[in-house]
Design a protein around this ligand. Sequence first.
Ligand code: AMP
Ligand code: ZN
Length: 113
Amino acid sequence: MSDCIFCKIAEHEIPSDIVYEDDKICVYNDIAPQAPVHALMIPRKHIASLDDVTVEDQELLGYMLSKVSDIVKILGIENGYRVVSNNGDNAQQTVKHMHLHILGNRKFTWPPG
Ligand code: AMP
Ligand code: ZN
């Protein structure tokens, strides 16, 4: 999608600190980290939010979750981490390209704020 900042990151059209990428996903460090380690995993396919996921995307979404254990090893947070996806206004989703926040290296509280 031409005006999507995350699509542009995945296409290397704007700079980012990419930690992993392949033909389906891209993972890069968040520009405003909320933990000592804070990366974002996106599908290369533009999907605005989980509301827009269809049955055609089930393999892609499954692939994303299957890669989390590899990514947290790359990030060095395999001993404990949090995966979050904000969707919609009440959840304060600010970028309308579905993504997983992967956070680690601090104690997290529950319930989240
Ligand atoms: P959300 O608020 O859940 O939609 O998450 C969007 C995230 O994208 C925020 O944590 C931002 O800090 C992050 N972000 C926005 N622009 C960039 C960028 N150019 N590079 C890396 N992370 C970004
Ligand atoms: Zn996009």
